[in-house]
Design a binder for this molecule. Structure first.
Ligand code: B12
Length: 475
């Protein structure tokens, strides 16, 4: 068949992200013998016109739509992206009668709600590289798809989802053919990093999180040698700024150590990053291994430094591990981004102050602290039940596609904003969602790239904020 894959994500904040999932399934479809065309809407000036031309030029037998973001997770300046999806689906349906298949992280989060919104053939939930080729085979030979594992669809108004029981899982780290499918110079000029996954799955039980829904709750590991090989090949191809996009890079710790050892052995030319480290399995041996492996940036996802909140979020670690992580970071040279999520269950003025105090005292001035406030509530998470019990959430699950946020009832959201703003006034290495959503960011990225700076740009947060202040901007 002739397949058109469209990566629908157009969100360029905090920077454009290369659509790894769409590229992986494009490669998989081609390996299964199909002719694949790829349309990435990230930099499209008129996306609907580009889709119309692709449909008329390529005459595909099937269209696959990759859907990454539902919204921007920002309580203050919320952006909802799925109205664009509806326009795309309507355009394809009006111009052709071909099957439309949805896939991508958003489908892992809310498959039922998205399928009710967008009238398509079906969605693939989970590992697209396995399910998509099987689905194509069935569709091309006019076979029934309704019992295929990993597929979800609406029939007579009722949502059906087949569990993903497909056992096959490749332990080889895929190296998507990024150059072939994407406009690499455009991504590079926006300081985008090249995504690589060392595992899928997340075994943590954080109350708000969707990762286990998207990737499953047990880890399926890629073989460390194949990860080093993937990094080598990408770097040789000029894709040197590589980011590991695992749910949590250092869990299981032994795997992260083995990945670092394999990367050290191959002597690649890549500059590595990962933004999701858990402070629980975080020690000097890991950071030393990461330094040797070629890491130039890391992020630790703390959410809070206060025990009642860490417990409320079910993070699985305590404030003593948080303080220990800060001590470890101080003994090393890798730049570190600390990620916080304020306003969760159990958050009070006192716990907010405790977290801000930690950030002021323990985070090195050359590192960055990123604060998000308010937590997006997703159906099926424990946070949904907490919010319903506390009376914070009244909407039924089918209406939760439109963003809805949790803020601890013991906290006043206005106070939280002011307290954070005050901390940001004195700490130039602190940023919040408003800084990340700054419409100037694409220009800042372009200028930084032209000046020869390389990711991660957050290393220069202090300088950038000072510069913007001098220009009269309060960020
Ligand atoms: C790493 C990551 C980031 C990194 C990305 C770094 C990089 N260079 O890529 C950073 C930190 C920059 C980031 C930013 C954001 N992120 Co993010 N991120 C992730 C994370 C953890 C992994 C994404 C990933 O690369 N997965 C690996 C690939 C291989 O998987 P995949 O794309 O899903 O593809 C597979 C399947 O979905 C499927 N598939 C994909 N497409 C298609 C198409 C078809 C037709 C088919 C059949 C199958 C299929 O097959 C693929 C292979 O198995 C996910 C959570 C998660 N566990 O998925 C959140 C996630 C994708 N992010 C999310 C969000 C909201 C954001 C931000 C908006 C946050 C913010 N306000 O800044 C931004 C948006 C950035 C942008 N420009 O769009 C949400 C999106 C859903 C939602 N809730 O709206 C997620 C799901 C987390 C969450 N909160 O639920 N993110």
């Amino acid at each position: 068949m002739k397949i058109l894959i469209i990566s629908t994500n157009r969100n360029n904040l905090p920077m454009p992200v290369m659509p790894i999932g769409a590229c992986i399934i494009a490669d998989a479809a081609e390996r299964s013998g199909h002719t694949v065309f790829f349309l990435d809407l990230m930099f499209a000036k008129d996306p609907l016109a580009d889709i119309e031309s692709a449909l008329s030029d390529r005459q595909p037998d099937l269209v696959g739509l990759s859907v990454r973001n539902i919204d921007n997770n920002d309580m203050r300046d919320t952006m909802f992206f799925l109205n664009d999806l509806l326009s795309i689906v309507n355009l394809i349906r009006s111009g052709t009668g071909v099957p439309i298949i949805l896939g991508g992280a958003a489908l892992g989060v809310m498959p039922e709600q998205i399928l009710h919104l967008a009238p398509v053939t079906c969605a693939v939930v989970g590992d697209g590289e396995i399910v998509f080729p099987l689905l194509l085979e069935r569709i091309s030979s006019d076979k029934n798809i309704s019992d295929l594992p990993g597929v979800a669809f609406i029939e007579n108004g009722i949502f059906h989802r087949n569990s993903s029981t497909i056992a096959e899982f490749s332990t080889t780290c895929p190296v998507p053919d990024y150059h072939r499918w994407l406009n690499i110079p455009a991504y590079k000029s926006q300081m985008a990093t090249v995504p690589v996954q060392t595992k899928t799955g997340c075994r943590f039980k954080c109350v708000y999180c969707t990762y286990p829904k998207i990737e499953g709750s047990s880890c399926r590991l890629k073989e460390p040698g194949s990860i080093a090989d993937a990094v080598m090949r990408l770097a040789e191809d000029g894709l040197r700024d590589i980011e590991f996009v695992d749910s949590v890079f250092n869990a299981p710790l032994e795997h992260a150590m083995a990945v670092c050892a394999a990367l050290t052995r191959v002597k690649h030319k890549a500059r590595l990053q990962c933004l999701e480290l858990n402070p629980r399995d975080f020690d000097d041996a890991l950071v030393t291994a990461m330094e040797r492996a070629g890491f130039v940036g890391m992020g630790i996802t703390l959410e809070s430094a206060s025990d009642p909140v860490l417990q409320g979020l079910r993070k699985g670690f305590t404030s003593s591990e948080v303080h220990h992580a800060a001590a470890v970071v101080r003994r090393h040279r890798i730049p570190c981004a600390w990620i916080f999520l304020l306003g969760g269950p159990g958050e009070t003025r006192e716990t907010v102050r405790e977290t801000l105090h930690f950030a002021k005292k323990q985070i090195r001035p050359q590192d960055v602290a990123f604060f998000n406030t308010g937590i997006r509530i997703y159906p099926g998470t424990e946070l949904e039940s907490i919010a319903r019990t506390e009376g914070v959430l009244l909407r039924p699950p089918e209406e939760m596609l439109a963003p809805v946020f949790y803020v601890s009832p013991e906290l006043d959201a206005e106070w939280l904003d002011l307290e954070l703003k005050e901390a940001m006034n004195s700490q130039m290495n602190f940023i919040n969602m408003a800084s990340m959503g700054l419409s100037l960011l694409p220009t800042i990225h372009r200028i930084s790239h032209t000046l020869g700076l390389r990711p991660p740009l957050w290393r220069h947060t202090g300088i950038i904020r000072r510069g913007l202040r001098l220009a009269g901007m309060d960020v």
